[in-house]
Ligand binder design. Structure first.
Ligand code: SIN
Length: 332
C-alpha cells in the first residue's frame, strides 16, 4: 500500500464528499453541488503545493453529509482500522461535509482505538468559490495528522486554523469560514497553520482501545425537539416500533412541558431510555434530583445529535443500566 523508504509522513486520505469536494461552476454563485471532485483530482491539486508528505487517497463516498450514516461509518471504520494496522501509515485524514461532521467525528472517536491521529476536515465554501477554505483546511488537517502530538487526543476535527476534539466540536454557523465550528465546553485543543502547530493541554487517551463495538447496526433513536406549547401526542408519534430510547432536545437545561414529561416518565418506567439534552447551542444539562424518580438520563455537555450517537452505541450493546448510561454521558 505504501512506500516506506522515505521518512516523510505517510497519510491515508479517506474522501466522503461534502463542500470541500463541491463545485459551484462560478466563483460567486450561492448554489453548488457537494461531492463533485474525486480524491484523485483533489490530491492532484494538493500536489501543486509540494507538501513534505506522501498522501494515499481512497474514495469512500462522494456525497453530501446529510446522507452519511451507518454504511459510510462502517466503511470509514474498516479503512481506518486497516490504516492503523499498516506500519507504513502515520496518520489518517477524512474529508467530510460539515453538516454532520461532528456526528461522524464523535462516532469514530467512540469506536476507534486512539492509536494514530485521525483528523476530520471539511470546508464551508466549494472548491471553485472565491475565498474557498477547503485547501487551507485540508493542508492544516494533513499537518495535524502528521504530528506525533496528536496521539492520544482521539479523533479531532480541523476547521480553519482550529483543532477541536470530536467530543467538543459542533457546527454553530451556516456561513463563514473561520468561525463555523466551536469546541464546547472545552474550546480549541490546538491551533494549526501549514507551518506551525501548537497544542493546548495534554493528551488524554494515550494508546486507549476502542471504547465501543460498532457493527453498523444501530437502533433508531429519535430526537424530540421541544417547542413552547408542544403537545404530548408528539412523543408517541415520533417513536419507532419497539422503541429503545429517545433524546429530548429540551428548552434551557433540558426542560419540557409537563404533559410531555409525564408521558416520558411513563415510558421510562416501561423501559424506554430517556435522555434530557438541551436545544440551547451551548447547553449543559446536569442531573436533577427528579431524574432519579423519573428514570431520566442527563446529557451533560453533549448536544442532542451527539447524545443520539452515544445512546445508539449503548443500546446496540444492550446496555440498560441507568447508572452505567449516565456514567457514559458524564465521561464521553
Ligand atoms: C455537507 O455537509 O455535505 C454540505 C455542507 C458542507 O460541507 O459544508
Amino acid at each position: 500500500m505504501t512506500d516506506i523508504s522515505s521518512k516523510i509522513p505517510h497519510i491515508c486520505v479517506l474522501a466522503t464528499g461534502g463542500t470541500i469536494a463541491g463545485m459551484a461552476g462560478s466563483a460567486t454563485r450561492h448554489e453548488y453541488l457537494p461531492g463533485q471532485i474525486s480524491i484523485e483530482d483533489w490530491l492532484g491539486r494538493v500536489a501543486e503545493f509540494g507538501l513534505p508528505v506522501k498522501l494515499i487517497g481512497t474514495q469512500i463516498a462522494n456525497i453530501g453529509s446529510e446522507d452519511i450514516g451507518p454504511d459510510t461509518w462502517t466503511a470509514l471504520q474498516t479503512s481506518i482500522n486497516a490504516a492503523m494496522a499498516d506500519e507504513g501509515i502515520d496518520g489518517i485524514v477524512v474529508t467530510h461535509g460539515t453538516d454532520t461532521a461532528e456526528e461522524t467525528a464523535f462516532l469514530l472517536d467512540l469506536v476507534l482505538p486512539a492509536r494514530k491521529p485521525v483528523v476530520i476536515v471539511g470546508a464551508m465554501r466549494p472548491a471553485d468559490a472565491v475565498g474557498s477554505d477547503g485547501m487551507r483546511n485540508f493542508v492544516n488537517a494533513v499537518r495535524v495528522a502528521s504530528d506525533a502530538g496528536a496521539l492520544g487526543r482521539g479523533v479531532v476535527l480541523v476547521m480553519g486554523d482550529r483543532v477541536l476534539a470530536a467530543r467538543d466540536a459542533r457546527k454553530v454557523r451556516t456561513r463563514g469560514t473561520d468561525d463555523a465550528f466551536r469546541g464546547f465546553p472545552r474550546g480549541s485543543i490546538g491551533l494549526v497553520t501549514p507551518s506551525a502547530l501548537e497544542w493546548f493541554g495534554n493528551p488524554w487517551r494515550q494508546d486507549e482501545p476502542a471504547r465501543y463495538a460498532y457493527s453498523g447496526d444501530l437502533p433508531e433513536v429519535p430526537i424530540l425537539y421541544i417547542g413552547a406549547g408542544m403537545s404530548a401526542d408528539l412523543v408517541d408519534r415520533i417513536l419507532p416500533n419497539d422503541p429503545l430510547g429517545i433524546i429530548v432536545a429540551g428548552v434551557g437545561e433540558g426542560n419540557m412541558p409537563k404533559a410531555i414529561r409525564e408521558r416520558l416518565v411513563e415510558l421510562a418506567k416501561a423501559g424506554l431510555i430517556v435522555v434530557r439534552a438541551s436545544r440551547v447551542d451551548e447547553g449543559l444539562v446536569d442531573r436533577e434530583p427528579e431524574d432519579d424518580s423519573n428514570g431520566f438520563i442527563a446529557a451533560r455537555a453533549l448536544n442532542p445529535q451527539k447524545s443520539r450517537i452515544l445512546l445508539q452505541l449503548l443500546l446496540a450493546k444492550k446496555e440498560g443500566d441507568l447508572n452505567a448510561i449516565q456514567t457514559a454521558f458524564d465521561n464521553p
